[in-house]
Design a protein around this ligand. Structure first.
Ligand SMILES: *Cc1c(COP(=O)(O)O)cnc(C)c1O
Length: 368
């Protein structure tokens, strides 16, 4: 039985090997007589699952020792409040808005801090990012926030800005929900990274926060204790019950990532090489075609989320129906952008992107 290719933006496809292993262990995890969902989070079985997941993520993303890895709940949107509660100290925070997600973060932060718009891509309909040299960064900013991959608009930072070189000493906060583990992270430029797991890591319900130690212990008094990063860090993410199933599934995904190779590359480096090849295949076809168009500035095109429009929009429904019939699922675009969106996260093999391109070519030929 071969499964269809699932292009959902999130919750998204999970590697089949991970799903198979989880299914095999569902009723009895490694002879313990218990499924993972039934275990105490303080028992030795679950602690071993948690410790392996944390260590594997640290090694996959090359997280330096002076950063804490926190397993939380609430998703990316809750972090839009939790970050300013922890880091703003009620002062000013600067936002680089490059699409829907950073826009939401900007708005939410206004409840807890003085949110300032340092730059916005809105004038380009979020198809590009203003040059970093033009960003208005305040010397008093508690932090600078950006979304390193805008899932809806398909805009990705190919490298993170060096705030110090821009004359700004504030820590950089990134929302990396939709491209975590698809490419390496330059931790020398980051103070805090957060992301929901449901795009590239596992099931919804787990949120990953990776935070530099010197940023802990600054939470506003009103910050819920369970969301105070220092409390979470001091308790190894077990101040309250963590999302145990999500951590287990993420751990299986991390093991899967470690097994991936491309030539001499392994882990995230292998994934990055594969993701570049997938993105080049799809964008290359779109750019060469007469029917499809992607409007994002080539310098900022996302390797993970590829929105595209049909020049003849009356063919949208026929395109989606034909795709579904060929086992190419969940290609409908986000309502705010329209058209189609192919999310090609780590779990999408090159063969899946090739199948999509083959179908797009066939559809273009038959609709000419
Ligand atoms: C999906 C997504 C979110 C929202 O996450 P929730 O888990 O729904 O709160 C936030 N930021 C980005 C970049 C996303 O892709």
């Amino acid at each position: 039985m071969t499964r269809p290719y699932n292009f959902s933006a999130g919750p998204a496809a999970i590697p089949e090997e991970v799903l198979q292993q989880a299914a095999a262990e569902m009723l009895d995890w490694q002879g313990s007589g218990m499924g993972v969902m039934e275990m105490s989070h303080r028992g030795k079985e679950f602690i071993s699952i948690y410790e392996a997941a944390e260590a594997d993520l640290r090694s996959l993303l090359a997280v330096p020792a002076n950063f804490k890895i926190l397993f939380m709940q609430g998703g990316g949107l809750a972090e839009n409040a939790i970050v300013p509660l922890n880091l703003s100290q009620g002062g000013a925070v600067d936002f680089v808005v490059t699409g829907s997600w950073s826009q939401k973060s900007f708005k939410e932060a206004g409840k807890y801090a003085s949110n300032r718009l340092a730059a916005s891509g809105e004038a380009s309909n979020f198809t590009s990012v203003p040059d970093a040299a033009s960003w208005k960064l305040g010397s008093d900013a508690a932090y600078v926030h950006l979304c390193s991959n805008e899932t809806i608009h398909g805009v990705e930072f190919q490298q993170l800005p060096d705030l110090k070189a821009l004359g700004c000493n504030a820590p950089l906060v990134i929302d990396f929900s939709s491209h975590v583990a698809s490419r390496p992270v330059d931790w020398s430029r980051v103070g805090l990274a957060f992301g929901g797991a449901q795009k590239n890591i596992g099931p919804a319900g787990l949120t990953i926060v990776i935070v530099r130690e010197d940023l802990l212990g600054r939470a506003l008094p009103v910050c819920p204790t369970a969301f105070d990063y220092k409390t979470v860090a001091d308790n190894q993410s077990m101040f309250n019950t963590p999302p145990t199933w999500g951590i287990y599934m993420a751990g299986l995904t991390f093991q899967w990532l470690q097994r991936q190779t491309e030539g001499s590359l392994t882990g995230v480096a292998a994934m990055e090489a594969r993701n570049i090849a997938k993105a080049e295949l799809l964008y290359g076809y779109i750019d060469a075609s007469q029917l499809y168009v992607n409007k994002v500035d080539k310098a900022y095109r996302s390797r993970m989320n590829v929105p595209f429009l049909l020049r003849d929009e009356s063919r949208n429904d026929a395109f989606l129906a034909g795709a579904k019939a060929r086992g190419l699922l969940q290609l409908k675009g986000h309502k705010s952008v329209g058209g189609m969106r192919a999310s090609i996260y780590n779990a999408m093999p090159l063969a899946g992107v090739q199948a999509l391109v083959d179908y797009m070519r066939e559809f273009e030929r038959t609709s000419a």
